[in-house]
Write a new protein. Structure first.
Length: 267
């Protein structure tokens, strides 16, 4: 959150009102506690490259992430950086729509400013599971993932894959490419196009699960024939089931020349 951009009096009042943020600035864990920490991964999809920064006015040791690989930050899936239990929260004057994941052993992660949630309140989530969609709700000047790691309620210096990240004062000094969700079920592909709707079934009138605002790394579990789609000068009736988004998109929006994807089973 960009409290430093608010007038000083308003920023002070906001911090006093928001119990969520009224915690010690930082504390580094040591010994057994650090050894027991989950192997946290980046909170965005496999293969994507993001840059990050830290606002000095933040009370806790947060980092803000934005995409730097040409894709759109807004609308990109937000992934669980480790397994745990997810709870949904809303703070319109501050964190906006956000999710907290309790990983056990005193460890929690926070994901602020979501445009929407992708899991039910209290859901058990695996590492790499989509939990929300990147947005700019609450006190935010633009789409980004505000990300925190806490141990026993105190913000920690963020570690990804066991390595501590830098805390630059601006973007485009440091970068992090995600390996979250790279393994496991499904074949890796990349989508193309903007505002691509992911639907609950391979039908144009099926409910929209989420929207891919730009190119996104996805894992396709299977494919099936459904409604014929005419878009971008193409026609196709094959649809891909996306593992992390929990729905289907037309194969038109999979970045591959074949109408039916090779090596992907039929649902």
């Amino acid at each position: 959150m960009n409290l430093r951009r608010l007038p000083a009096a308003l920023a002070t009042a906001l911090v006093a009102l928001v119990g969520l943020l009224a915690l010690p600035a930082q504390a580094e864990t040591t010994g057994a506690a650090k050894a027991a920490a989950p192997n946290f991964k980046a909170p965005y999809p496999c293969g994507q490259k993001w840059t990050y920064s830290h606002h000095s006015a933040e009370v806790r040791r947060a980092l803000d992430f934005v995409r730097s690989d040409g894709g759109s930050t807004a609308g990109t899936p937000v992934l669980a950086s480790a397994a745990g239990t997810a709870t949904r929260h809303s703070q319109p004057s501050g964190a906006g729509n956000y999710i907290v994941i309790d990983h056990g052993g005193g460890w929690k992660t926070y994901y602020f400013h979501l445009s929407s949630y992708s899991v039910a309140n209290g859901a058990s989530v695996a590492q790499g599971r989509q939990i929300g969609v990147t947005g700019s709700t609450g006190n935010s000047s633009g789409a980004h993932i505000h990300y925190e790691q806490l141990y026993n309620g105190t913000g920690q210096n963020i570690r990804i894959n066991g390595s501590g990240l830098a805390y630059p004062g601006s973007y485009n000094q440091y970068y992090l490419t995600s390996d979250n969700g790279c393994g496991g079920a499904g074949s890796p592909f990349t989508t193309w196009g903007t505002d691509v709707r992911v639907r609950a079934d391979a039908r144009l009138n099926a409910s929209v699960v989420t929207v891919l605002s730009g190119p996104t790394s996805v894992r396709v579990l299977c494919q099936k024939q459904g409604d014929t789609v005419n878009a971008e000068g193409y026609t196709n009736n094959w649809w891909s089931k996306l593992r992390d988004q929990g729905g289907f998109i037309s194969n038109i929006y999979i970045d591959h020349p074949a109408s039916k994807l090779p090596g992907v089973p039929v649902c």
